[in-house]
Design a protein around this ligand. Structure first.
Ligand SMILES: [Zn+2]
Length: 174
């Protein structure tokens, strides 16, 4: 938040800098909107993707958390947005509803690599084709099944997936 922003309630700690203010309300999460102040995970678009660090971060999270939700957690990996988490999961054939505990490191790594590949292509003007994003009710281009969409996680962002070829269907399981 901005350095002059009003702080409500009785936080444990308020850090005020020249360009930002951060508020600790308990627990281990420092609220801030400024990139360089918060503890972000490795950048998905880094020139050398730090897949091992990203997987370590994902393993530190609650393993009951759905992978589709975990991919949007900027503390684990910075930069994956709503479009590319759905697309990466489709390419890796992983259901967004699978708990992290149900994926091994190789599978997680593949999802992260697909996100990095697609996002780098998009950044570089390659316009990767959208396979699932905003295509609910239309056939999966890999298997023909009709694609689904649903809101997922605390932020209730809409996730898109194929219930047939993304293993571990289980809407609402997470
Ligand atoms: Zn499919």
């Amino acid at each position: 938040m901005a350095p002059d922003a009003a702080v409500r309630g009785a936080p444990w700690l308020v850090l005020t800098g020249e360009r930002a203010k951060a508020v600790l309300r308990g627990g281990a999460v420092l609220e801030t909107s400024v990139r360089h102040v918060s503890a972000l995970g490795p950048d998905i678009l880094a020139s050398e993707l730090d897949g091992e660090a990203i997987i370590r971060n994902l393993r530190r999270a609650d393993q009951r958390r759905a992978v589709g939700e975990a991919l949007l957690d900027q503390r684990a990996v910075a930069g994956i947005g709503n479009i590319w988490r759905s697309e990466a999961l489709w390419h890796a054939r992983v259901s967004p509803w699978l708990p992290l505990a149900d994926l091994d490191d190789t599978e997680l790594h593949e999802v992260v690599c697909e996100a990095a590949r697609l996002m780098a292509a998009s950044r570089d003007g390659g316009r990767p084709r959208r396979e699932v994003y905003r295509r609910p009710g239309r056939p999966c281009r890999r298997c023909g099944e009709l694609l689904l969409s649903a809101r997922q996680g605390d932020a209730a962002r809409t996730v898109y997936w194929c219930p047939a070829c993304q293993a571990g269907e289980g809407l609402g399981k997470a």
